[in-house]
Design a protein around this ligand. Sequence first.
Ligand SMILES: Cc1cc2nc3c(=O)[nH]c(=O)nc-3n(C[C@H](O)[C@H](O)[C@H](O)COP(=O)(O)OP(=O)(O)OC[C@H]3O[C@@H](n4cnc5c(N)ncnc54)[C@H](O)[C@@H]3O)c2cc1C
Length: 528
Amino acid sequence: MKNLPKHTQVAIIGAGPVGLMAANLLGRLGVETVLIERNAAPYDVPRAITMDDEGARTLQAAGLDGKYMSHTVRGRGSRYYDDKGLPFADVGPGPVEYGFARRNHFFQPDYERVLRQGLERFPHVSLAFEHDCTGHEQAAKYVTLTLQTPDGDQSLRADYLLAADGARSPTRNRLGIGMLGDTYPEDWLILDMRSDPDEEPVSKFFCRSDRPFVSIPAPRGGRRYEFRARPGETPESLTDPAKIRALLEPIRPFDDAEILRATVYTFEAKIAERWSCGRVFLMGDAAHLTPPFAGQGLNAGLRDAHNLTWKIWAVVTGKAGPGLLPTYETERRGPAWAMVQLAVAMGDIVMPESAADIAFRTSILTWMERFPEARDYIIGMKFKPPPRYNDGAFVKLEDQPFAGSLVGQMMPQPDVAHADNVLTRLDDVIGPGFALIAQQPDTIEAMTNSLDVWSVLQPTPVAITKNSVTVTKDVAVLAPQPDHAWKTLRAHRDQIMLVRPDRYVAAACWPGEVAEMARSFCDILHAK
Ligand SMILES: Cc1cc2nc3c(=O)[nH]c(=O)nc-3n(C[C@H](O)[C@H](O)[C@H](O)COP(=O)(O)OP(=O)(O)OC[C@H]3O[C@@H](n4cnc5c(N)ncnc54)[C@H](O)[C@@H]3O)c2cc1C
């Protein structure tokens, strides 16, 4: 471990996946960061098992997708089984919009190891285990943390404090911020199997009234099973080997040695009343708790990290004023709660309360057979909120010239080819900062001629075109590949787009309006 500085630009409490991701993103942006973890060693058991396309894109932004994504299992969709064990709905994997499959099954301890190793790239980032943050005090320009360490109490000053300290967040409690929402009355038994005869990369939901359960693919031929507890069952009785045998034997041969982990969880659907106080910001499970039916808890935390870290970077480097920081909660709160609601809705499908509920659900779905799009909408989670913000650091979000503008939305990520035909994903060319995207000769020319208006933000200018164009050497010229993401992006070829470091489109303009777009976004960055 490096010696901790006395003062840092950012302190993060909690080296869980969200804190680790935030430290990597800040590290890549060059921000001095200290990551504090109270445990003596990494928590070496899996909890999250599904990373979505946005989560994978965040890993890419941290520069670590190449180190980890090949170790994940690419999900091929979901299947739902009725009370008799018969499949009643199949949902395909869906198109690739943001550069990665929509569901990637992963092993959390390996993923966190890659994130920890990623920090070694940055001399300006420190990770300290056995440092328990027992208090913090805010002054006008900094926060002072009290840390209990094996060498006695220490203090650390930080310009900003990010609390990624989990569901029971001591920081949130110290700030007196409550959680709104519900705790599920039933517990769930979580079983991680080292290997499993079922190698189909499909998530299976057994929607039974007596005992709903879920079976999810895991890397290295493993599988996750989640069984809902029945009234009267306790964590001790559920994890008793005889009970586990009774639960598993109808599904797969039982072998004690195959169990990697058996534990019982209580699921919660909650959100913090506020996500910040002065210079302190809550992230991940500290800010919201999502039941795992939609596999979204960690993914939502990764979105928090991506949203907040670039704003902190912009503020500590003087590119933006502190007035930008409240847009973290403005943008993230609604979508995070929508994800919690989605997971609750998924739970209602998986956990019918009674035979009557099942009959109702089956009749609705049978009726919907005649309307496949509506059926997919319900079962295929097409109501999963798209990555789009309705308010925040965007130029004229309410006043776009045409419906379906990408402003406020995550930019699709097509594959692109360099001049030497080497294929890559678009974000790998953009790097960790801002970007400008233009796609046809007039917009490319306007973008190229107005690069000097961006001296502060220094976006990476990118031309995505099949045409031969004349540009300065600063502009990356890339050939599009005819994939789904490019088709979406291409519909916006008349405009020049400004893309934020979290890959959301901040602004879009016609060729004659680049300077005005730059001024408007600058005003947003420096809003009081
Ligand atoms: C059974 C189950 C299945 C799940 N499946 C999925 C899934 O498939 N997909 C998904 O996206 N999500 C899933 N989730 C949710 C996901 O696991 C969590 O949302 C995620 O792990 C939260 O990460 P975090 O970094 O916010 O918090 P944590 O992982 O809880 O990390 C918090 C860290 O803060 C440290 N800490 C706390 N207090 C202090 C202090 N005072 N000083 C220093 N350190 C401190 C803790 O020791 C801990 O290491 C699942 C959850 C469960 C329980």
